[in-house]
Design a protein around this ligand. Structure first.
Ligand SMILES: [Zn+2]
Ligand SMILES: [Zn+2]
Length: 253
């Protein structure tokens, strides 16, 4: 199993893609979120949009879903092996179609519904692809907004957008090899996200498992990354870099 970041950026990133990753395993793939910037990143990886087979949506902020309309249209015009399968937390299904339908419902060949574009599976707690189980973990992003992380034991926990849930992170650290956690890397505190200040008191053994994502563009550059890596156990995830568990958690391009 390998996870490659299509972007590690926050909602305003322009120098890297918005936060999203593609997990490849058992001859298939799963994208976690699908921002518009994925189109460029997948192209850079030599992949076409119609090769995306599964997508999971963590929440409905536009930097996580604003590439889905183009993905849907591309699959209709250039069909892949099958319609992309979309795993949507059950409570988000109708709102997601409301976001997408303005560009997808009316076509020259008549009216279309959500299921014409995607094989939609509403998920309550977990879903399975090729025998691999992915569990939804409710996160603490914006009060009352439904938002989820994704747990794939024993490989990884992917936090999605969230404030730090220290109790959960302490627990899940014993169940996975790698924690992909969001961290905005800005000096000020953002009430819906996690700051570096909050992560630094975590036990070193947990920090060593962590790769930070959803950060400001400043940290795409080596001038900011290298000193950070020199000072901390925490590491920054890198766009288009793969994290491969079959090779003992090695990072590869
Ligand atoms: Zn975001
Ligand atoms: Zn968000």
């Amino acid at each position: 199993m390998k996870l490659t970041f299509l972007g590690c950026g926050d909602g305003f990133s322009v120098e890297q893609g918005h936060n999203s990753a593609i997990v490849t395993f058992a001859d298939t793939n799963l994208c976690i979120d699908f921002p518009e910037s994925n189109h460029v990143s997948l192209h850079q990886m030599g992949m076409k949009l119609n090769e995306v087979e599964h997508i999971f949506v963590t929440h409905l902020h536009e930097d996580h879903v604003n590439g889905l309309q183009k993905l849907a249209l591309f699959h209709r015009v250039y069909p892949g092996k099958a319609k992309p399968k979309l795993y949507v937390p059950a409570g988000l299904r109708d709102d997601l179609w409301q976001i997408l339908r303005h560009g997808l419902e009316l076509t020259t060949r008549g009216k279309r519904v959500f299921e014409d574009y995607f094989d939609v599976e509403c998920v309550e707690d977990a879903f399975e692809i090729a025998g691999v189980r992915f569990e939804l973990i409710r996160t603490q992003h914006v009060p009352e907004m439904l938002s989820y992380g994704l747990l794939c034991k024993p490989y990884f926990y992917f936090s999605g957008d969230t404030r730090l849930d220290e109790t959960y992170i302490n627990k899940v650290a014993g169940e996975v090899e790698t924690i992909f956690h969001e961290c905005h890397m800005q000096d000020d505190q953002l009430p819906s996200h996690t700051s570096l200040e909050e992560l630094l008191p975590l036990p070193e053994a947990i920090q060593e498992k962590m790769l930070l994502m959803h950060y400001v563009d400043d940290y795409v550059r080596a001038e900011a990354r290298d000193p950070f890596h020199g000072r901390h156990k925490l590491r920054l995830a890198e766009p288009l870099r793969g994290y491969d568990w079959q090779n003992g958690g090695d990072e590869s391009r």
